[in-house]
Ligand binder design. Structure first.
Ligand code: AMP
Length: 281
């Protein structure tokens, strides 16, 4: 794996790869890698000739300063995992290179409704930061295919919207969520859970399964309350337990079998915020 820190160097290298006819796959990350990230790299290997990953903890997408300061980093272990997964190129840029003129002067994108619900509502400014950094990274790497995780469902919708705004031909591939044995979605933030918190964290997945399987009962409000009570009893501070249209994230009061749906949960255990979702069959 070739590691680049300087933007001009990686751009030159990728340009020669592209000139040789290679299809470029890209996996952007914030590091503290786990098997969810490496599954993206493995899928990128299947769908592209060379795989570029990036590690950049983007300060502008953290609405919570403590979350940013406590975000885990483990670059050496990350590099080893990426090599093991078969990643070809790693970009490790600096904040100064990513934001040479500061963040205020950067082009920002409007995601409309998507920026007002669920993660948009709970994390003001988050998707603005995501839009800016993804646009910047895409401009540097210029991939043919972009691989992102369904784990961050709303982020995938925002990035799809961004690609439309950019009139981009980049093909976005949404990869399934990798889970621990108890169903907990893998996440860099899981590292910060204490042992007792970690033992409880699988409840989020249990609630998503319950929302999915209780569709036949037809009363989402009841299932939502059961889940909220269960999570509160376990010590979670629930931010939302929501049902939405899978294509547009319209919030739904009840199950609607005539449309694809997604259940989404955000909750805090102590100061660690966890999110997860499940597409309903
Ligand atoms: P992050 O480093 O958290 O910004 O995530 C980088 C990419 O990995 C994003 O596209 C995430 O959606 C994806 N990702 C994070 N966790 C998982 C997971 N458990 N399974 C699959 N993809 C994931």
């Amino acid at each position: 794996m070739v590691i680049f820190k300087k933007l001009a160097d990686i751009q030159r290298y990728i340009a020669t790869q592209r000139a040789d006819g290679r299809l470029v796959g890209f996996v952007p990350t914030m590091g503290a890698l786990h098997e969810g990230h490496t599954s993206l790299v493995q899928q990128a290997k299947q769908g592209a000739d060379i795989v570029v990953a990036s590690i950049f903890v983007n300060p502008t997408q953290f609405n919570d300063k403590t979350d940013f300061e406590k975000y885990p980093t483990s670059v050496e272990a990350d590099v080893a995992m990426l090599i093991e997964a078969g990643c070809d190129i790693l970009l490790l840029p600096s904040v100064a290179d990513m934001y040479p003129d500061g963040t205020d002067s950067m082009q920002s994108y409007n995601f409309g409704y998507l920026d007002t619900v669920l993660e948009g509502e709970k994390r003001p400014g988050h998707f603005k930061g995501v839009g800016q950094i993804v646009a910047r990274l895409l401009d540097i790497v210029k991939p043919d295919r972009l691989f992102m995780g369904q784990k961050d469902y709303q982020q995938c919708m925002v990035v799809k919207n961004l690609l439309q705004q950019l009139n981009s031909t980049i093909d976005m591939v949404i990869c399934p969520t990798k889970r621990e044995a108890d169903g907990l979605a893998m996440s860099s933030r899981n590292r910060r859970l204490t042992e007792p918190q970690r033992a409880l964290a699988g409840v989020i997945y249990q609630c998503l399964v319950s929302i999915s399987t209780k569709q036949t009962e037809g009363n989402f409000a009841l299932v939502q309350k059961e889940c909220a009570d269960l999570m509160a009893a376990k010590g979670f501070e629930v931010e939302y337990i929501a049902l939405a249209g899978a294509n547009d994230l319209t919030l739904l009061d009840n199950y609607d079998i005539n449309r694809p749906m997604v259940a989404l949960i955000a909750a805090k255990l102590g100061d660690i915020r966890l999110i997860d979702n499940m597409l309903l069959q």
